[in-house]
Design a protein around this ligand. Sequence first.
Ligand SMILES: C[S@@+](CC[C@H](N)C(=O)[O-])C[C@H]1O[C@@H](n2cnc3c(N)ncnc32)[C@H](O)[C@@H]1O
Length: 373
Amino acid sequence: MDYTLIATTTFGIEAITAKELRDLGYEDLKVEDGKVTFTGDEMDIVITNTWLRTADRILIKMAEFKAESFEELFQGTLAVPWGDLIPIHGNMHVVGKSIKSKLFSVPDCQSIVKKAVVEAMKKKYRRDRFAENGPTYKIEVALLKDIVTLTVDTTGPGLHRRGYRENSGRAPLKETLAAALVLISKWDPSKTLADICCGSGTIPIEAAMIGKNIAPGLNRSFVSEQWPSMDSELWEQVREGARKSINKEEFRILASDIDTWVLRTGRDNAEKAGVSNYISFQKLPLQEFSSKKKAGFIICNPPYGERLGEEKEVECLYKDMGKVYSELNDWSFFVLTPHKDFQTLFGKKSDKNRKLYNGRIQCYYHQYFGSQK
Ligand SMILES: C[S@@+](CC[C@H](N)C(=O)[O-])C[C@H]1O[C@@H](n2cnc3c(N)ncnc32)[C@H](O)[C@@H]1O
């Protein structure tokens, strides 16, 4: 069956997810704030869940219509052929959100949608009650300026849950954002890479997975694996293909930090991700970082200094980063921070800037290009 699929993303990385989709062979993409829409069948649900590094989840778009009253919401939902996707024992869980819409009460919208879905199911299956003891179908009713979008989640726990991170430092990056930082940098394994304040190692681990072409979803499961419409052969086929796609590339990423405990978690995480042979974790203050390599890449997510009393410390750190970079002439430097004065403190205007969100924090991804692009 062909579906309209939505890869949801964090604001600012839609274009990166779109590029990933294009690289996987998808065309006719619609890129909007926080999402990329494309078409595909069951196999495409499996491929995109398994392979997309920067998307948050893959949703099936069931309908889009205008609703300014509960009656319009009910009728619009009832008209959707829910029974074509949801089996008789499916567990129908409805979640919702409403932005700038007349129907602003999310709990009310959720219960109207649930009622309408059950009514549609009653017609399809000619029965009055549903045990709902089967696989989960998470239905989202999203209202934006009175336009309702109804979707069903195929992913389950977000795609950032690769399965390798049990422990993390104080402010770990989401795996999907770390992957986006690496993809934006255009780093490839032939180039030297260092994260000089690596914390629990999310950037180096995601980079190593990119370098080895390890599918980010290879070692986890997805909610739609339980759906009767999704042949288990498809999952096995894509996983088998992904296992064979891991390359023999050899490289070594440097991951350093001053905190012994986070370095330990980084090593553990790298081990679980299957990339420990490609990352050297080292205790090193970033002020002491230097390299004999003429060119290379630094990608990092330094402390932001949000807590009281940390501001000055962080400003000194950014100045120190600038000093380190001034000795690395041909290197590229990529840094994610919300600090308004970063460029001044660092002592250099960045070549390119990109607004990205680290959770709710609006950041800038400052990009300084060296000789390798
Ligand atoms: C925001 S966290 C990095 C989180 C990391 N990206 C992750 O996903 O876990 C910033 C890191 O900078 C480290 N750090 C602070 N000052 C440092 C310094 N002078 N040299 C090296 N690392 C430092 C902290 O120990 C912390 O782990």
